[in-house]
Design a protein around this ligand. Structure first.
Ligand SMILES: CC(C)(COP(=O)(O)OP(=O)(O)OC[C@H]1O[C@@H](n2cnc3c(N)ncnc32)[C@H](O)[C@@H]1OP(=O)(O)O)[C@@H](O)C(=O)NCCC(=O)NCCS
Length: 162
């Protein structure tokens, strides 16, 4: 998929270094339970990328700057049970440019066509201000707030255009 500035595509072997950078970043992990040790990631991440429906690499000028996931019920929250959940991770050097908004809006558009009428849910820490702003800009509406993983969580829902 193409947006004005970005390409959303399947993961490729050449994205591996950026995936490791993403998961090893303390800034990226700040509200996600922390960064993962780089040496562990180097051992654990296979050369052949994990490809599954709803997993998009966000590519700017041929280089991965982030990932978007539209995944059904990973089992981590009872609120998301049976639902499709949106997740997003962008490299800090790509923050503040509107890329996450542009890419997630395109992914939601794609989703609305692929599974018409199906809502999407999202959970984020309320302290994660950038993520909260992004959820609001994408049209997610608050369903509830709750405590989990030692922090206040925001749980929102996006409904496809009628
Ligand atoms: C959450 C995350 C994706 C947000 O990234 P981001 O770059 O702040 O997101 P946005 O795309 O909304 O861009 C932010 C800013 O870019 C600015 N911007 C600059 N140029 C822009 C353009 N052409 N179009 C739109 N916005 C632009 C805007 O001012 C916008 O700020 P605003 O919200 O005040 O309007 C990022 O912080 C991240 O990856 N965090 C770590 C992972 C994480 O916590 N994920 C949440 C898991 S639930």
């Amino acid at each position: 998929m193409r947006t004005e500035r970005l390409v959303l595509r399947e993961p490729e072997a050449r994205d591996r270094a950026a995936v490791i950078e993403l998961l090893a970043s303390p800034e990226v992990g700040a509200y996600l339970g922390g960064a993962q040790p780089r040496d562990e990631l180097e051992r654990a991440i296979p050369e052949a990328p994990d490809r599954r429906p709803g997993l998009f690499v966000v590519d700017l000028d041929g280089t991965m700057i982030g990932q978007i996931m539209l995944t059904r019920d990973t089992g981590h929250l009872r609120q998301a049970a049976g639902r499709v959940e949106l997740g997003y991770l962008f490299l800090p050097r790509a923050w503040g440019c509107g890329y996450a908004t542009e890419a997630c809006a395109a992914a939601l558009d794609w989703f609305a066509g692929a599974l018409p009428g199906e809502p999407v849910v999202l959970a984020t820490q309320t302290a994660n201000v950038g993520s909260m702003r992004l959820a609001a800009k994408l049209g997610f509406v608050e369903v509830e707030r709750f405590e989990a993983y030692g922090a206040e969580q925001w749980f929102g829902m996006w409904s496809p255009p009628a």
